[in-house]
Design a binder for this molecule. Structure first.
Ligand code: NAD
Length: 257
């Protein structure tokens, strides 16, 4: 029976890469993200890759009610969700004394609480099916900190704790829960950070890329979206049945030092 995969924040960047990979492997896919004018093209692009159905939900992942509606839509349509990839995320860079309170709340809601909501609503369906895979796209910032990213680092460390807790609770139900912790990947999210980091540190864009971002990564290369998508695919495979509760760095060696 065709498996069903929800990938949150999948209209761009890493989430889109993961959705494409799972679509090409035959999954039904629920894409999610902000409703921008190019969404119809993105849906078609993913749909053309595989044999499963591709649906789009514009649920705002900062809104628990909209997340509930999305999960009920999936249950009504397919009767199950086999794979949940919690990927939606935003960033904001500022010294903590100037960090806008509403930005803190938004980042915690989208980058952390949304995963709590999708997981609490997916687990009953996965238990019923006797199989499930939950994959949280965390960050190297789930393992180490950087200055000026208080909300992001707090949310991602929270995701690491949530991952371990869910893994323990679900272990006897053939449901695994893991986090992938990428280093810098050149997506629209990172592009937006370059300017803000340059301002916060008083340096140029080029210095941010070379010294701040790739300075952290011993390989001196951005991580590729396809590498993350391949790891998601592996975690969904039978070979990863016993792998649960892990936070897997995919960071060019960043967190090795
Ligand atoms: P991106 O900006 O390219 O994509 C973000 C996606 O989230 C988009 O589809 C957007 O529509 C969606 N989104 C944003 N706000 C939303 C909301 N309120 N409700 C629903 N969807 C929303 O970002 P990306 O770089 O691909 O990042 C994806 C994830 O990977 C994030 O959790 C991020 O923290 C994590 N990550 C990124 C990097 C990196 O270097 N790019 C590194 C480590 C971890």
């Amino acid at each position: 029976m065709t498996k069903v995969a929800l990938v949150t924040g999948s209209t761009s960047g890493i989430g889109l890469g993961i959705a494409k990979k799972l679509a090409s492997e035959g999954y039904h896919i629920i894409l999610n993200g902000l409703n921008t004018p190019d969404v119809a093209n993105v849906v078609k692009e993913v749909d053309d890759l595989g044999t499963g159905e591709v649906l789009f939900s514009d649920a705002d992942m900062s809104n628990p009610g909209q997340i509930e509606n999305m999960m009920h839509m999936i249950e009504n349509k397919f009767g199950k969700v086999d794979v949940v990839v919690n990927n939606a995320g935003i960033q904001f860079v500022s010294p903590i004394e100037d960090f806008p309170v509403e930005k803190w709340d938004k980042i915690i809601a989208i980058n952390l609480s949304s995963a709590f909501h999708t997981i609490r609503l997916a687990i009953p369906m996965m238990k019923k099916a006797g199989w499930g895979r939950i994959i949280n796209i965390a960050s190297a910032h789930a393992l180490v900190a950087s200055p000026f990213k208080s909300a992001y680092v707090a949310a991602k460390h929270g995701i690491a704790g949530l991952t371990k807790t869910v893994a323990l609770e679900a272990a006897e139900h053939n449901i695994t829960c893991n986090a992938i912790c990428p280093g810098y990947v050149h997506t629209p999210l990172v592009d937006g950070q370059i300017e803000a980091t340059a301002k916060a540190r008083g340096i140029t864009r080029e210095q941010v890329i070379k010294d701040v971002m790739l300075g952290e990564q011993p390989t001196k290369q951005f991580v590729k979206v396809e590498e993350i998508a391949d790891l998601v695919s592996f975690l969904c495979s039978d070979s990863a049945t016993s792998m649960t509760g892990t936070c897997l760095p995919l960071d060019g060696g960043w967190t090795a030092h």
